[in-house]
Design a protein around this ligand. Structure first.
Ligand code: HEM
Length: 416
């Protein structure tokens, strides 16, 4: 039986943190394999990259999610008891609730709200000499998603809720104080969401039928029981938080429009299907979620390599989106590649792979795509702005990666 190549360092956590998007891919190239083993965050971990590894990773008979996510991420990004850590029937049942929230009509309703909020925000931006786009997108996204989700929000509350929801994804992997800010934000956000769930259940608050707040508060598990309020809160935050995280992709939309003016032109000319190809290429090309983790259920072999029960496994999403076996000229930004060929669900994995109803693939891809399209069309056709001199390089050590100056725009004008 061949031995899985080993990263020789006693612990490779620092190497991973120093290069979170490139670590797995680079080591695989050095070893000439799709996988290797390393000690990461105190545990032996099999790291894998590429479409074949992705197809293996989403085989539910081989891997489980229970207990896979590291504690620092459970305490910030994910919370405890949510759909990410479920397996089998419990996962299927909970996931169906999420999928019921993201029908085409629901996603379109959210996109229209975001378009209105963007319009209003842009009028404020036009009164300022310059605006940091990443920061400026957060409140419009909070307003849009809370309105859509049936979550009441006083004007005085918008800033605090926004800061907390952003901290959950923006500071979860930050060093030192930032991470502790994310832990505090999780405590405050869950207390707020628990109060909403309890008020709705007690009839002190109403939400539109089928809205995310109503759906999570009244969801019955596979034993016909309501979720414990804290778990319902985690699931409500599982809708609100990642919708704010679409701000990262929207900054990349603006970045790509700046570096590739021909894309702006194609959007202005409203070429059929172009907006879709453009945002898909943004999701493929730019870094966001570096990897996903699971645990081996029972001993098995793959290509002769042993996968022992309990071993943590990490699939490289960024590297798979740039794997030259699936993508011609993978480092080039080329929206047209999505016209030429539809990638398989194991080649194109910015939000996970396989099939979202049955697997852990993100249920929010439609939301991400539609909000990005709203922004791409708005920036190209309705918003005039300059991109002043700044550092546009992506900080690839940050999680999530961002342009170093978070994309500053100036002299903003909104077309009538
Ligand atoms: C899962 C990325 C937006 C809700 C995931 C996963 C990734 C991901 C990588 C894990 C896939 C896996 O474990 O196999 C992203 C990115 C987004 C985004 C980069 C862009 C901002 C959204 C939105 C929602 C959402 C808008 C709102 C509904 C979820 C949920 C899960 C998930 C609930 C857990 C699914 C499960 O465990 O079955 N996402 N996501 N995400 N995402 Fe997203």
């Amino acid at each position: 039986m061949p031995r899985i190549p080993h990263d020789s360092r006693p612990d490779s956590s620092l190497a991973l943190l120093a290069d979170p998007y490139g670590y797995i891919g680079r080591r695989c190239v050095e070893f000439g394999t799709d996988l290797f083993e390393a000690r990461l965050l105190l545990r032996r971990t099999i790291c894998m990259t590429g479409p074949n590894a992705a197809a293996l990773f989403y085989d539910r008979s081989r891997f489980q999610r229970t207990g896979a996510a590291p504690e620092p991420l459970r305490a910030t990004l994910f919370g405890q008891g949510g759909v990410q850590g479920l397996d089998g029937d419990a996962h299927r049942h909970r996931k169906a609730m999420f999928m019921s929230l993201v029908t085409a009509a629901q996603v379109d309703a959210l996109a229209r709200r975001f378009e209105d909020e963007l319009q209003t925000a842009a009028r404020q931006w036009s009164r300022q000499p310059q605006v940091v786009l990443y920061d400026a997108l957060h409140e419009p996204l909070t307003q849009a998603v809370c309105g859509w989700a049936g979550v009441p929000l006083e004007t005085s509350e918008v800033s605090l809720r926004t800061t907390d929801l952003v901290a959950l994804f923006d500071q979860a992997a930050a060093p030192g104080l930032g991470h502790f800010r994310a832990r505090a934000a999780r405590k405050r956000s869950e207390a707020w969401a628990v109060a909403l769930v309890e008020a709705l259940r007690a009839g002190r608050l109403s939400a539109p039928p089928g809205s995310p707040l109503e759906a999570v508060a009244l969801h019955r598990d596979e034993n016909e029981q309501w979720l414990p309020p804290r778990v319902a809160a985690v699931e409500l935050l599982n809708v609100l938080r990642p919708t704010l995280a679409v701000s990262v992709f929207i900054v990349f939309v603006a970045h790509a429009l700046h570096l590739h003016p021909e894309c702006r032109l194609a959007l202005q000319q409203r070429e059929a299907g172009y907006a879709d190809c453009f945002v898909q290429e943004v999701r493929r090309h730019y870094p966001f979620f570096p990897a996903v983790v699971a645990r081996v259920r029972e001993d098995f072999e793959w290509r002769g390599y042993p996968f022992p029960a309990g071993r943590r496994v990490m699939l490289d999403l960024y590297g798979t989106n740039h794997d030259s076996r699936a993508w011609r000229d993978p480092l080039a930004f080329e929206p047209a590649r999505f016209r030429e060929r539809t990638p398989t669900p194991f080649e194109f994995v910015p939000q996970g792979g396989a099939e979202p109803h049955k697997h852990h693939r993100c249920p929010g891809e439609g939301i991400a795509v539609e909000l990005m399209k709203v922004a791409a069309v708005f920036f190209s056709t309705r918003l005039n702005y300059e991109v002043p001199l700044q550092d546009l390089l992506l900080d690839m050590k940050r999680l999530p990666a961002l342009p170093r100056d978070r994309f500053v725009i100036a002299s903003v004008r909104v077309a009538a």
